[in-house]
Design a protein around this ligand. Structure first.
Ligand SMILES: Cc1ncc(COP(=O)(O)O)c(C=O)c1O
Length: 459
């Protein structure tokens, strides 16, 4: 083990980090998020090391991508074992066949929700899984329209996915016209329900609004190809919908012949305490989007559909790099590790411990407005005060920075940019969780005591 605890010896960004950041600013697209000035050099398990020798405990896991942490030994061994031959060859399955592609698709079809026959289109990113799902839904239903939710992120690197997107106007501004035919409805967000004080039945209200208003006024249901939904909003602020909402959505889809597309790019592969978040509500997606952790740290995504839906003709949807063999073997090993090391169960257990501790912080600090989540997908909504509920935008940024300087890596987003989204690797131990919670609590206590002030530039 290279690391056992966080250790910050040079206030980040240290001199070496600053040098790289300066070069980066000249040549790398400034469109990327970058919550913190962290210049990486190495990592192992739940820890990352920067170029100045600081070691951080990672409560972000590359935005819920590194479910196995960094360089899981079994994944590395499997990749090494593949490196001796036939590594640099692309366009399988675009042009030809290979057994590992079949093996990965068989595995995915077996473990994903729904007992029906499925087919899989492999990809490289969540956004391309969204593009695939949109094309497939239109092709199968011969309908033009889509419903998506405010607060959602289905990817931003294609105009199709971006047209479904709905959690931050800063991401949308300047890119219109987007694809026509997408109608957005509110995601049921109990803590911040825009339509009244009582949010107890906000899930049902959304379903009624969709059926009785949207389907009568602007979107004929017989023209809707698919409804896209995240079972738990990720980037939109870790919003867990009330029970009954997702089941109700599935029923509406069935009634109108609309396909239900469930986006598990962030919630999939054990993150929420079961292999897929759909399992919590017994959802049976017509189309399922997967990505982020699927490749065990290599870029691999998938669009999974009922076989009768994914029956499109030869040549109608192909991508040169999709299904590359190194990604397939890495994904196969990563899934095996998730199953054999029971990482979903660990997420449930350690996540439960973290939620309990965070709820105690909510009760102790006025700036902690809400704590929610499932497994190791946890949202901590920071406010200026519990009474006003005003989003604590500077407060969250300050607490994130203070924690960073003590060796804990976190990130925040949400509709108002004020929600810590805690997504540690699923290998996190209870001891590591405790260490991280201690650092986070110290940061929150400081902001509570001293206020956020003007958040200083960290660059
Ligand atoms: C739920 C969800 N879907 C899709 C995406 C897009 O994934 P990618 O960045 O790989 O395109 C994201 C990314 O954050 C996501 O959280």
């Amino acid at each position: 083990m290279k690391y056992s605890t966080p250790k910050v010896s040079v206030t980040p960004p240290g001199p070496k980090a600053r040098e790289v950041i300066l070069r980066d600013e000249r040549v790398v697209s400034p469109s990327n998020w970058r919550y913190l000035p962290l210049v990486l050099k190495d990592g192992e398990g739940a820890f990352l090391e920067d170029v100045d020798g600081n070691v951080f405990l990672d409560f972000n896991a590359a935005a819920a991508t590194q479910n196995l942490g960094v360089d899981h030994p079994r994944v590395i061994e499997r990749i090494r074992g593949w490196l001796d031959n036939f590594v640099t060859y692309l366009d399988i399955p675009g042009l030809f066949y290979h057994e590992v592609v079949v093996e990965l698709c068989e595995k995915i079809a077996t473990i994903t929700p729904g007992k029906y026959e499925k087919r899989v289109f492999l990809g490289l990113s969540g956004a391309d899984a969204a593009e695939t799902a949109m094309k497939l839904a239109r092709w199968y239903t011969r309908r033009p329209r889509f419903i998506a939710f405010t607060g959602s992120n289905y990817g931003v690197t294609g105009i199709g996915a971006l047209s479904l997107f709905g959690f931050n106007i800063g991401v949308l501004r300047g890119f219109s016209p987007l694809m026509p035919g997408v109608t957005h409805v509110p995601y049921p967000y109990p803590y911040r329900w825009p339509f009244g004080e009582d949010s107890s039945d906000c899930g049902m209200q959304v379903l009624e609004y969709l059926e009785k208003h949207i389907f009568r006024t602007v979107a004929p249901p017989d023209e809707v190809a698919a409804i896209f939904v995240e079972p738990i909003l990720g980037d939109g602020g870790v919003v867990v919908p009330p029970d009954g909402f997702l089941e109700g959505l599935q029923a509406i889809c069935l009634k109108h012949g609309i396909l239900l597309v469930v986006d598990e790019v962030q919630t999939g592969f054990g993150r929420t305490g079961s292999m897929f978040a759909s399992d919590h509500w017994k959802l049976e997606p017509d189309i399922l989007m997967l990505g982020k952790p699927m490749g065990g740290g290599l870029p691999v995504s998938a669009c999974v559909a009922r076989s009768e839906i994914m029956s499109w003709p030869r040549g109608s949807h192909v991508m040169t790099g999709a299904g590359y063999l190194l990604g397939c073997v890495s994904a196969l090993e990563a899934i095996k590790v998730m199953e054999e090391e029971k990482l979903a169960e660990n997420a449930q257990r350690v996540g439960g411990f973290m939620l309990k501790r965070l709820k105690a912080m909510r009760d102790a600090y006025d700036i902690v407005g809400d704590v929610r989540g499932k497994g190791l997908l946890i949202g901590v909504e920071i406010v200026r005060s519990k009474r006003s509920k005003e989003p604590g935008v500077n407060e969250v940024a300050k607490a994130c920075l203070l924690a960073f300087r003590k060796g804990l890596l976190t990130a925040y987003d949400g509709i108002h940019g004020n929600v810590f989204r805690l997504t540690p690797p699923l290998i996190l131990t209870e001891q590591q969780a405790r260490t991280g919670m201690d650092i986070l609590e110290e940061a929150l206590a400081t902001v509570q005591r001293e206020g956020a002030g003007e958040v200083e530039s960290v660059w």
